[in-house]
Design a protein around this ligand. Structure first.
Ligand code: ADP
Ligand code: MG
Length: 480
């Protein structure tokens, strides 16, 4: 049943740009090292220290912008966003404000078979803050620790238009965005390391009304599952308030993972005044059309283009194309198997079925697969040329996966070749008919259903290696 209210959602996503060093200094961006081992005068905000813009961060920002169909501005500018917090030593964050790196983009999502284009308002570059860790339970031993390893790490903030209309669409948008960033090499988007974080803005309005309701912002979410839950909760909460005749105040709220609820953090009145002004220590950022095109030329194929190509080039269904392009590594693996086996359909089935199943069971990623793409291609070829039946091939695949040995090697060593030689099979069939005269009479008496019994006997005698098609034909001839 459709609710009386329609959700309106806009997302602000922070993606960590995959550079080796920070946005304005040479300190490392590596994750997980001892606290405050990756700092320098710029990171620490020491007086007189000057920021120097990281060229690679700009390149990744431009790649991200182009991948999201944004217009990259020729002229953009950094700005100071002023606020006080212990993990922000300078007292301001260097961000971009009125002249961001890129604007006016979009990406497409597909939910319940419906494709929708979600607008992207802007993409700007900014530095991350440090981390504050609170510790201790009693007032007498309560401490807060500051770790500045993350301070100054480059981020792209990607702000969507309020075009999203459900929690499912929000997750679809994030999934697509994450995949795009990974494919073009902008970021690993490892959410456990905070490389993709999201502020969720949501309001509701009576269906059919054009005007938006008052939005609530849920801050700093780093799990798609929690984002979906927080949105579902928030949409329900707002509807209940309106139903009861209340109004929604503009608020920033936090999602409580334990309770699955959002709680008010601050209201509009308590909102920060960031006193933005142009960063005087940095030159404006100039991106020439030539540089932009140079960067565009180095960009990898986008997920949507790859899905489309897999459908057209390999004759796959949309669903299969989607599964096989979930990651770049999966797509590359499949393409190798398809090319080297010459059978894209079979390659698709084996990769999605047997291979992914075995990898999941073993807790391995496709990059760690004990069966290399060439090896799986060989197995597919051996089925194609009739050396192996599908059933034997599965048995051999599991041996390949466990041992890392090649298909041909296992077939040779264990004598597992499919038997299609008519002379050889006839000898076996003759023996079986002689031993089972009663069933032969039954068949000849018209109850041809016992054919299955004979096929089973031949399979048993050949340890499953007989070619079922040939056996079927020979048995019918011998019994007929
Ligand atoms: P603010 O100035 O409060 O940060 P913005 O206009 O920059 O607000 O929008 C921030 C995010 O909120 C954007 O992703 C935008 O799409 C979304 N948004 C704006 N208005 C609404 C609304 N009424 N309901 C839901 N989302 C909204
Ligand atoms: Mg904003």
């Amino acid at each position: 049943m459709q609710s009386t209210y329609e959700p309106v959602i806009g997302l602000e996503v922070h993606v960590q740009l995959g550079t080796k060093t920070k946005l304005f200094s040479r300190s490392s961006t590596a994750f997980g090292n001892p606290a405050n081992t990756q700092t320098d005068p710029v990171t620490l905000g020491l007086p007189g220290a000057l920021p120097v813009l990281n060229r690679q961060a700009v390149i990744l920002g431009i790649k991200a912008s182009l991948a999201l169909h944004c217009e990259v501005r020729n002229f953009s500018r950094f700005a100071r966003k002023n606020y006080f917090y212990p993990d922000l030593p300078k007292g301001y964050q260097i961000s971009q404000f009125d002249q961001p790196l890129a604007e006016h983009g979009w990406l497409e999502i597909n939910v319940n078979g419906k494709t929708r284009r979600i607008g992207i308002t802007r993409l700007h570059l900014e530095e991350d803050a440090g981390k504050t860790i609170h510790d201790g339970f009693r007032d007498s031993d309560r401490y807060s620790y500051v770790d500045l390893n993350r301070a100054g790490v480059p981020l792209a903030e990607i702000v969507s238009e309020p075009d999203i209309r459900s929690a499912e669409e929000a997750v679809a948008y994030l999934t697509e965005l994450k995949q795009i960033m990974q494919f073009v090499g902008v970021s690993n988007c490892d959410m456990e390391k905070g490389q993709l974080r999201c502020d969720v803005n949501v309001s509701i309005r009576p269906r059919g009304r054009e005007e938006f309701g008052t939005k609530v912002e849920v801050k700093n979410m780093n799990s798609f599952r929690f984002i979906q839950r927080a949105l579902t909760f928030e949409i329900g909460r707002q509807a209940a308030v309106l139903e009861a005749g209340g109004t929604i105040p503009q608020q920033t709220r936090l999602y409580n993972v334990q309770t699955g609820e959002t709680v008010a953090m601050r209201s509009k009145e308590e909102a920060h005044d960031y006193r933005y002004f142009p960063e005087p220590d940095l030159m404006p950022l100039i991106v020439s059309d030539e540089w932009k095109e140079e960067i565009r030329a180095t960009m990898a194929e986008l997920p949507a283009a790859k899905r489309k190509r897999f459908v057209e080039q390999y004759g796959l269904g949309e669903y299969d194309a989607g599964v096989l392009t979930l990651t770049q590594a999966m797509a590359d693996y499949f393409e190798q198997v398809a090319r080297k086996s010459g059978n894209a359909k079979a390659a698709a089935n084996w990769v999605q079925g047997e291979l992914v199943g075995a990898l999941n069971a073993a807790g391995k990623s496709i990059e760690e697969s004990p069966v290399a793409a060439e090896q799986l291609a060989e197995l597919v070829r051996l089925i194609g040329d009739g050396t192996l039946s599908g059933k034997l091939a599965k048995e051999i695949f599991s041996k390949m996966f466990d041992s890392g040995r090649a298909a041909g090697e296992i077939v040779e060593a264990e004598g597992l070749k499919q038997i299609s030689d008519q002379g050889e099979l006839l000898k076996i069939i003759d023996g079986i008919l002689a031993d089972n005269q009663k069933q032969v009479e039954t068949y000849r008496g018209g109850k041809t259903g016992v054919l299955g019994f004979f096929i089973g006997q031949v399979m048993k005698a050949t340890r499953g290696q007989a070619d079922p098609k040939v056996v079927n034909k020979l048995l019918r001839e011998a019994l007929g």
